[in-house]
Design a protein around this ligand. Structure first.
Ligand code: IPD
Length: 265
């Protein structure tokens, strides 16, 4: 087995255990235990417990690796492999018991994401990819949508938690909505990216994402044929993530650029 396949196998087994813990804790009832960047950016006991479980399992299996996670940070030391983890992507869905929340886990070697898994813990649906090895949902090989006209495209997006950023994102949406088929706000960026990979969304964009939101799903989308970038030749990052088949990507990129989508707070 090559290294990325090995890392993926470990990621899948750890993410499954993590997803099981999330759903068990959900069944026992969930409450926000704290807020983070703003009063609407919640964290639950499950976000923390799931991150701890993943950290413990990875340390046991590969003690030399480091983990960069949404809840406990870390991962800045040099190591052969850096894991990038969102223990529960879609925390607000989780809080409200909307069955769309994921464990998102990626493995990075020398700064390049080589393996990623996203598991919708509520449904058990699993998306995986290795660099150069394709993207899968279970055993099914994934391919992005064949749509080439932005005017016919179903586009996913999301919003940050700070009021100023949301206002800017709403203005961008006002400029975009007349030029696309419709918009979807799924509530978990990693799942949005996997939906692009399987063609259930034609495209996706969002400003303000962190690596734990987009690393695993970004690889899944890219391996299914999407271009996954920022604006103006930049890599995907906090200023912008756009994921779409190449023909749609060019149109969406130009419109988002015109609308100054990466500007604002
Ligand atoms: C959030 C979700 C949401 C996106 C936000 C993210 P979290 O992650 O992915 O869809 O719009 O930007 O912060 O807080 O649920 O892990």
């Amino acid at each position: 087995m090559d290294q990325s396949a090995e890392l993926l196998a470990l990621a899948v087994s750890v993410a499954r255990a993590a997803g099981d813990l999330a759903t068990r804790m959900r069944a026992d009832g969930v409450a926000a235990v704290a807020t983070k960047s703003t009063a609407t950016d919640v964290v639950t006991a499950a976000d923390r417990a799931v991150e701890q479980l993943v950290r413990d399992r990875l340390r046991e299996a590969r003690p030399g690796d480091v983990v960069f996670g949404e809840e406990y940070g870390g991962g800045q030391e040099r190591a052969a492999v850096r894991w990038i983890l969102d223990p529960i992507d879609g925390t607000v869905n989780y809080l409200y018991d909307i069955p769309v929340y994921a464990v998102s886990l990626a493995a990075e070697v020398d700064g390049v994401v080589v393996a990623g898994v996203v598991i919708n813990a509520a449904t058990g649906r699993e998306w995986t990819a290795t660099l150069g090895g394709g993207a899968y949902c279970g055993d099914r090989r994934l391919r992005v949508s064949g749509e080439t006209d932005l005017g016919q495209a179903l586009v996913g997006t999301g919003f940050g938690y700070a009021a100023g950023r949301r206002l800017h994102q709403a203005r961008v949406l006002t400029g975009l909505i007349g030029h696309i088929r419709d918009i979807r706000r799924i509530g978990a960026a990693s799942i949005d990216l996997c939906l692009v990979a399987e063609g259930a969304l034609d495209a996706y964009y969002e400003k303000g994402l962190n690596p734990w939101d987009h690393s695993a799903g970004g690889l899944v989308a890219a391996e299914a044929g999407a271009l996954v970038t920022g604006l103006d030749g930049n890599p995907p990052g906090v200023d912008m993530v756009i994921a779409a088949p190449p023909a749609l990507h060019a149109q969406l990129h130009d419109l988002l650029s015109k609308l100054d989508a990466s500007g604002g707070p």
